[in-house]
Design a protein around this ligand. Structure first.
Ligand code: TXA
Ligand code: MG
Length: 428
């Protein structure tokens, strides 16, 4: 007789780790920096995480962008666990994280960094920039079923120290269940992956709140495949990046559309449980500053550029009436709980304050408002966006109404994520 025992459920441990306990010497050397750990307990926790990773476990770690679900990039068994844990489609390749240029060279064919990337690395690493590089056999096919590999050198002290301690690069996608908004605090990871992973290192809220910029400079001209923490404006300043383009904004590549490697194109992304309605400006046609792509590895067609705009006082009336109209429709479809994510100070308050005069319908409904940040400070909006989307879900909203912002600076990444999260986009 055999008795079957239920699988032992374990809680995911989530120790707090102070990023200030780690620093790197010499601070300007990226070739082989050494980690200095000032707190004994931080050292114990870091060593424990490294040991799990050495044993092919996955561990969630803070980075300066979002939390990552890390595993040994050289181990097919460990990488299989990443895909299974977050239910990620097998054909969506992972970013490999390094903590020194020596480690980067180790994973490149001929140990050589393509010269086009040197000024970019010099300026933005360590930091929220991922670059597309030729792949060598050291990276297993399961991590990256592509001739290229995406690599990043994070600046977050905990991520850097952990990779250095491991001595091997870490493959890490964002540590959310596939399709959900990326986690920017440790409790987001727990709410998606509790009991599925042994450890989350809680390093507090991520500094940027949106994922890294993915840059492909193996193409000519270089292109941002996914806007993120390093802005288009800043990258364009760097030697070799003068002709930089943004995918979907300046060109579309039919070939890229068919592969999962253009971040976010093939799969559902960043979606909370509630449906998201995004209010944004129309894209004015004919104002494009857009080059036509005609080289062979980049067959594109011309798109108009979204002209950067912020919501001005004069726009607020039209925003208000668009939202009121939308809410009426959503009410008749049975929705009763509305979350509003504001980026300007006064645009949406009438919904809560002057409900009687704004709405024809007498149906009762509730409204929860959150301030994402000022439309004039897109970095604030980026910092709060995923967190606020998740908070709206936690409060059981049926619908989240979000104000769009201009595509200037971090606004490009914010609008990219919002358009992917939105089930409906209302242009005004
Ligand atoms: O900030 C970040 O980048 C975070 C943190 C944890 O580092 N990571 C992250 O990973 O956002 P993930 O897997 O959620 O997004 C990586 C994106 C994917 O959409 C993938 O398609 C793309 O990078 N990617 C990976 N390898 C690629 C390649 N060889 N060519 C083009 N795109 C690639
Ligand atoms: Mg992701």
């Amino acid at each position: 007789m055999f008795r079957s025992f239920p699988a032992m459920a374990f809680r995911t441990r989530c120790p707090v780790l102070d990023p200030a306990a780690f620093c790197f010497r010499p601070s300007t050397d990226l070739r082989n920096p050494e980690t200095v750990i000032s707190e004994p307990q931080a050292k114990v926790t870091l060593f424990e995480a490294a040991e799990l990773l050495r044993n092919d476990e996955v561990v969630a770690i803070p980075t300066e962008t979002v939390y990552g679900l890390a595993a040994n990039a050289f181990s097919p068994a460990a990488i299989t666990k990443i895909y299974a844990t977050k239910n990620r489609p097998q054909d969506n390749p992972l970013i490999v994280h390094v903590s020194s240029l020596a480690m980067l060279e180790e994973i490149l064919p001929d140990h050589r960094i393509p010269p086009i990337y040197l000024p970019v690395i010099n300026r933005f690493w360590p930091g929220p920039l991922t670059i597309i590089l030729p792949k060598s056999d050291r990276i297993p096919a399961i991590a990256c079923n592509q001739p290229t590999v995406a690599v990043r050198f994070p600046s977050h002290p905990i991520a850097r120290a952990l990779i250095t301690q491991c001595g091997f690069p870490l493959a890490a996608p964002s540590a959310n269940s596939s399709g959900k908004p990326s986690p920017t605090i440790a409790s987001h990871v727990i709410s998606d992956l509790d009991t599925k992973i042994p450890l989350v290192l809680d390093g507090g809220q991520c500094y940027f709140g949106i994922e890294s910029t993915v840059l492909d400079a193996l193409r000519s001209p270089p292109a941002i495949l996914r806007p993120g923490g390093v802005t288009f404006e800043a990258l364009k300043e760097v030697l070799g990046m003068e002709e930089l383009q943004v995918y979907k904004k300046h060109f579309v590549d039919v070939q890229l559309e068919m592969t999962p490697t253009t971040p976010g194109m093939k799969y559902r992304h960043y979606s909370p449980e509630a449906q998201v309605v995004l209010f944004e400006k129309p894209i004015p046609l004919g104002n494009g500053l857009v080059p036509t792509i005609d080289n062979t590895n980049c067959k594109g067609f011309e798109l108009s550029t979204m002209v950067a705009m912020t919501i001005l006082e004069t726009d607020i009336e039209s925003l208000r009436s668009s939202i009121a109209h939308e809410v009426e429709q959503l009410l008749s479809a049975g929705n009763r709980k509305f979350g509003i994510l504001r980026t300007s100070s006064s645009s949406l308050q009438d919904i809560t304050k002057n409900r009687g005069s704004t709405f024809k319908s007498s149906t009762e409904f509730t409204v929860v408002e959150k301030f994402l940040g000022s439309a004039l400070h897109p970095e604030q909006v980026a910092h709060e966006l995923f967190k606020c989307l998740r908070e709206m879900d936690a409060q059981g909203m049926d619908v989240i109404l979000v104000e769009g912002i201009s595509e200037d600076r971090e606004g490009l990444a914010v609008m990219n994520r919002l358009r992917k999260a939105a089930s409906r986009i209302v242009t005004m």
